[in-house]
Design a protein around this ligand. Structure first.
Ligand SMILES: C[S@@+](CC[C@H](N)C(=O)[O-])C[C@H]1O[C@@H](n2cnc3c(N)ncnc32)[C@H](O)[C@@H]1O
Length: 285
């Protein structure tokens, strides 16, 4: 029997729904359009087109994998982030929509700064660093990462981007940087790990069982890395330079505000689009 795009889309949607995946139709469209190499809208102008037996078998494998909780983006291997199409897979965090807002805030803070020097700590796929380097081509960006696996993805994305204004460093926070960079940065940004073990245990299966712990967990209250960044960033910033950190969007910001206010000026908390207090920032006097 001939399988059509429309029928396959309906079947996959039902399979995903039965596995409790919210947004099942949306995900079915992503999987099928990825498999067929089509834009999602093109699926609907060709609902009567045939899907071959081998394509249907490949799709079944993708759906079975998704039903185990594997993140959709690990299956398709890509995640859109602002202007970029980033390669992602096991070993690296899938960049989130709220982090696109973090980049937006960085761009605002860099307005009027010529040829800015920027540092992205814990770059993962390179989402923040590569976006800033793309959207502010006069920027010089350093990005560091402690996980070899994650760095592999950042390197692949950097290569793919063709950008020449990004330098990647392997190691703990600031340790890959030459000390000549001290006091040089106009902006330091990070989306660090910020969950406690207890918060991680309540996270969706895609996160809990598939994304790297190193990208997620950070001490008892999830604050350990944030606090280290606040302490250590100071000497790497220029006077007047900004530090911006993404947080869990919980009451964490209350502690972070206190830590920031000890040394930084202009301490500010910004909500994400869902109204959660997500970004904390301060300026080196
Ligand atoms: C929440 S993920 C963010 C990844 C990416 N910046 C993004 O927004 O999609 C945190 C990243 O920080 C890295 N990381 C954790 N601790 C680190 C450390 N001490 N030094 C450098 N990178 C670290 C993790 O491996 C992970 O890639």
């Amino acid at each position: 029997m001939k399988m059509t795009v429309g029928a396959v889309l309906d079947r996959v949607t039902t399979d995903l729904e039965r596995s409790g995946i919210s947004g099942a139709r949306n995900e079915a469209e992503v999987l099928l359009s990825h498999l067929l190499g089509l834009r999602r809208t093109d699926l609907y102008s060709g609902t009567e087109k045939a899907v071959s037996v081998s394509q249907a078998a490949q799709l079944d494998k993708m759906v079975a994998s998704r039903c185990t909780g594997r993140p959709l983006q690990y299956i398709t291997g890509v995640q859109r982030f602002r202007r970029l199409s980033l390669k992602v897979g096991p070993g690296v965090l899938v960049p989130r929509p709220e982090t696109e807002m973090l980049v937006e805030r960085c761009l605002e803070l860099l307005e009027g700064v010529q040829d800015p020097a920027v540092l992205d700590l814990g770059t993962g796929s390179g989402a923040i660093a590569l976006s800033l380097a793309t959207e502010r081509p006069d920027c010089r960006v350093w990005a560091t990462e402690i996980s070899e696996d994650a760095l592999w993805w950042a390197e692949a994305n950097l290569k793919n981007s063709g950008l020449s204004n990004v330098e990647l460093g392997y190691g703990d926070l600031f340790s890959p940087l030459p000390s000549s960079e001290k006091g040089n940065f106009d902006l330091i940004v990070s989306n660090p790990p910020y969950l406690s073990q207890e918060e991680l245990s309540r996270a969706p299966v895609e996160v809990r069982d598939h994304e790297p712990e190193m990208a997620l967990l950070s001490g008892d209250k999830g604050l350990a890395t944030c606090i280290r960044i606040i302490r250590e960033a100071f000497i790497w910033l220029k006077p007047g330079g900004h530090l911006v950190i993404e947080t869990a969007g919980t009451s964490q910001y209350e502690d972070l505000r206190i830590f920031l206010a000890r040394r930084y000026e202009g301490v500010q908390i910004t909500n994400d689009l869902t109204g959660k207090p997500r970004f904390v920032e301060g300026r080196r006097p």
